[in-house]
Design a protein around this ligand. Sequence first.
Ligand SMILES: NC(=O)C1=CN([C@@H]2O[C@H](COP(=O)(O)OP(=O)(O)OC[C@H]3O[C@@H](n4cnc5c(N)ncnc54)[C@H](OP(=O)(O)O)[C@@H]3O)[C@@H](O)[C@H]2O)[C@@H](O)CC1
Ligand SMILES: Nc1ncnc2c1ncn2[C@@H]1O[C@H](COP(=O)(O)OP(=O)(O)O)[C@@H](O)[C@H]1O
Ligand SMILES: [K+]
Length: 474
Amino acid sequence: MRSAHTVEQVRAAEAELMARLPEGTLMQRAATGLAVAISNFLGGTYGARVVLLIGSGDNGGDALYAGAQLARRGAQVTAVLLSTKTHQAGLDALKTAGGQAIPAAASAGVSGGVVREIAGADVVVDGIVGIGGRPGLRPEALAVVQVAEEYGVPIVAVDTPSGVDVDTGETPEPHVNAAFTVTFGTHKICHFVDPAATACGPVHLVDIGLDLPPAEVQALQAADIKALYPVPRGESDKYSRGVVGLMVGSTQYPGAAVIATAGALAGPVGMVRYIGPDAVASAVREAHPEVVGDGRVQAWTIGSGLGDELDIPRIRELLDAEEPVVLDADGLKALDDAGDHVDVLITPHAGELSRLLGVDRATVEAERLKYARLAAERFDVTVLLKGATTVIASPDGEVRVNTNATPWLATAGAGDVLAGLCGALLAGGLTPLDAASVGAYLHAAAANLASDGAPITAITVAQALPEATRRLLS
Ligand SMILES: NC(=O)C1=CN([C@@H]2O[C@H](COP(=O)(O)OP(=O)(O)OC[C@H]3O[C@@H](n4cnc5c(N)ncnc54)[C@H](OP(=O)(O)O)[C@@H]3O)[C@@H](O)[C@H]2O)[C@@H](O)CC1
Ligand SMILES: Nc1ncnc2c1ncn2[C@@H]1O[C@H](COP(=O)(O)OP(=O)(O)O)[C@@H](O)[C@H]1O
Ligand SMILES: [K+]
């Protein structure tokens, strides 16, 4: 499990540990981890050209000490000082190791010397701000970051890409887009939640020995997903493994029924039932002869591809019934904020969530964590908000993210596969939060297997689910 803590939690843990250790120990641990990660990225340090962008705080201190270590191993290191205030001991260490420091600004814009240093660098290290930063970059910082972007020099973010909102993952202002990020002690929320997560690139965690409270946001890993997956036992039969009912697809969108069924059949259930128009049911059976008709189920998937053919009173009846429900796509129109829906998992993309909450789509995209949490609370449901990173929020305030997807998964019908699979996981006995976590993980893992760097279709994702599950469980 990977955990993301808030800035406040990190500061408290750091203060507690710093009180027990000699001064500067934590920063040295951070700087050493950072120097090693940069050296690995460069494939060696001798002769490498490294430019450090240094802000006024300890984030700059980390970068300066790491720069000193790289300079001692033969790198040519230049610190560009963005503030009149600089971490003095770090700066002294860099100079002692043979590095140089220059101010960023000339009378107008970035000095020619700084532009030349950045243009010729193998890597730029973003030590502008970390957890002490506010969103956005000040003009002098923005100007040097733009020079690095213009010359295509990769940027390594120290702790967080400067300019993002660390505790929400929002990016309301200009920010660094990192090739990768080296963080310390624990992940921060911006590492997991888009749009900031994308700005981080891959995140490398350096342990500095913090003792942390329960995390605000968690990202389950393969071992966690494996432990949750409902594996049949010797005494299992097709009913005890769970039966999922699908009320999906329509004469308008028959394909959604076929695709969602493929997702459900690749889940842990013993049987799949399909309820829908005769012509659509025939198409489903033609593609999947094992599917049966109406009867008792342990969970429902409702809504994918219903189009205009949705029976809102009937859906509301099912939402209020005992069996848990995955509510997707058009089915979301039946959701109201009255009643007990703790057994309901909704699977909207940002557009669907925006309609549900009456805010515009761009706002939901920009503040994904906030709106996933808000919907969970308002509708008393678990929310799986789809996107490059999936945010899962439960009505009791728990938040998980899934970060292993490939952008190739953004293809028509992929959401239907996920809805079918999540319904099967609910029928298999998982809670909505766990079904969403396992579903999002396996869906993304299957997409990675199916794609391997090439375009995929929804059906190929469903077909790759058994192999993804096999690899997980073996
Ligand atoms: N504590 C520890 O034990 C450890 C901490 N560690 C490291 O310390 C980092 C936190 O350091 P920190 O607290 O000094 O804050 P930091 O992020 O450097 O920013 C500070 C100053 O920046 C300014 N500023 C704000 N917004 C800005 C903006 N948008 N654009 C430009 N400038 C902006 C503002 O100052 P101002 O200029 O307004 O006076 C603010 O006070 C942490 O991320 C990790 O890297 C590690 O060594 C592990 C051990
Ligand atoms: N940029 C992206 N990177 C990775 N996964 C993505 C990206 N965009 C969308 N996805 C995933 O692709 C799927 C698309 O589902 P959805 O939008 O419901 O499509 P449809 O309604 O056509 O089935 C979701 O699982 C979503 O999380
Ligand atoms: K930074």
